[in-house]
Design a protein around this ligand. Structure first.
Ligand code: SF4
Ligand code: SF4
Length: 380
């Protein structure tokens, strides 16, 4: 289904025709790049598509309920001291901020019995728009980032990437727990649980499986970490009864992740993953690489992003510097080139792994880093 179409657009400035007879359509989930020399009219076209400028001729149709965000080309010029990149990204979702503000105002009116019914009717409509436009997840979508982790090799520093699902946000999980206890469920016990959360969330309908056996949440995609809590509070009954795990509707007829998989773990016409051939599992287990892992498959310090990055249901990931760079001594110890005899080096490695939430993974990091370095050497 097209979410944006343009028919026979033209744009003239006096005698100068910048655009002539431009027709295009953009389908749901499709990503497109506009390429052309300076002055070809790319920005003018984007302004018209975003509704920031009117065409001289032709028409643009946007699917109902869709919001268009526009991040200007010279974003850096718009970053003042008071404006961060995060603020700029938020400005793309300005319509959501407006809806959130309206909801907050209506929440005040809801407390007034004389205004309750009218306010509730308006509130329900706005809340539906807000949810439909991804309002409950937009902060998350802004922040879905890969962490860049550096290793000093003596003559150069190499940057590697750590998928967003690997950093352990333990402090955040604990904050949620404390928030639940202090505000939502005062007086009750709330504790984090260790459980097969993926299976539980799928059975509760909170997530659905992709063909790559990874779970996706509506409006977020697959770059998520699940956290479960138990409480002894008396909670209201919910109508969320267990259901069989479901495959995402969008996977029907889609082959994108299968074609992107470097090891053939996603079989044709098959929903069950060949987990025994999934790179993610291989690079979490210590020991020599199994022979079915091609040397060209390695691209992350841990895990594998090939199927998730290619999936149209996922947002584009930005790389953000984790602030962690292993010194050359630490890198050599991790690579197994020397054994550590220096307490400072050991402590440095331990602290950095803790910062990354990777304590306990040192046994595989050196081997994975070596595989990444070998692959880069081969590519030169
Ligand atoms: S790439 Fe296609 S088949 Fe694979 S998980 Fe995404 S939508 Fe499903
Ligand atoms: S994580 Fe990598 S190896 Fe595993 S199924 Fe996805 S693309 Fe294939």
């Amino acid at each position: 289904m097209s979410i944006l179409t343009a028919h026979h657009l033209s744009k003239s400035f006096g005698a100068l025709d910048v655009l002539q007879d431009v027709t295009l359509s953009l389908a749901h989930g499709q990503r497109a790049a506009l390429v052309g020399p300076n002055g070809a009219g790319k920005t003018t076209l984007l302004h018209i598509l975003a509704g920031m400028d009117e065409p001289s001729g032709g028409a643009v149709h946007r699917a109902r309920g869709q919001t268009i965000g526009f991040l200007p080309q010279h974003a850096d010029q718009e970053l003042s001291e008071a404006t961060t990149l995060h603020d700029l990204m938020r400005s793309v979702f300005a319509q959501l901020d407006r809806l959130a503000q309206q909801m907050r105002e209506l929440e005040v009116a809801l407390a007034n019995p004389a205004q309750h019914d009218t306010a509730m009717e308006k509130y329900s409509k706005i809340a539906e728009q807000f949810e439909h436009a991804g309002g409950y997840t937009f902060e998350l979508r802004i922040e879905q980032v890969l962490s860049g982790v550096g290793f000093d090799l003596g003559d150069r520093v190499v940057e590697t990437i750590l998928p967003p699902t690997y950093r352990r946000y333990l402090a955040t999980f604990d904050e949620v727990c404390q928030g639940l206890q202090a505000h939502a469920l005062p007086g009750a016990r709330v504790e984090r649980i260790q459980a097969p959360l993926k299976a539980v969330a799928a059975r509760l309908g909170l997530v659905r499986y992709g063909r790559n056996n990874i779970t996706y949440a509506a409006g977020i995609g697959s770059y998520l970490q699940l956290c479960g809590y138990v409480t002894d509070a008396r909670l209201p009954a919910t109508d969320r009864s267990p259901q069989p795990p479901m495959l995402r509707d969008e996977c029907e007829g889609c082959e994108t992740c299968r074609l992107a998989c470097p090891t053939g773990a996603i079989g044709p016409g098959r929903v069950l993953l060949h987990a025994e051939h999934c790179l993610t599992f291989a690079n979490e287990l210590p020991g020599p690489w199994p022979e079915w892992v091609p040397a060209t498959a390695h691209h992350c310090l841990l895990g594998c992003l090939a199927c998730q990055r290619s999936c149209p249901a996922n947002p584009r990931l930005e790389i953000s510097d984790s602030g962690v760079t292993f010194t050359s001594d630490e890198t050599r110890v991790l690579l197994g080139e020397v054994s550590s005899t220096d307490r400072g080096v050991d402590d440095g490695i331990r602290r950095k792994l803790e910062d990354l939430g990777l304590s306990g993974d040192e046994g595989v990091l050196g081997r994975n880093l070596r595989a990444l370095l070998d692959r880069r050497c081969r590519a030169r």
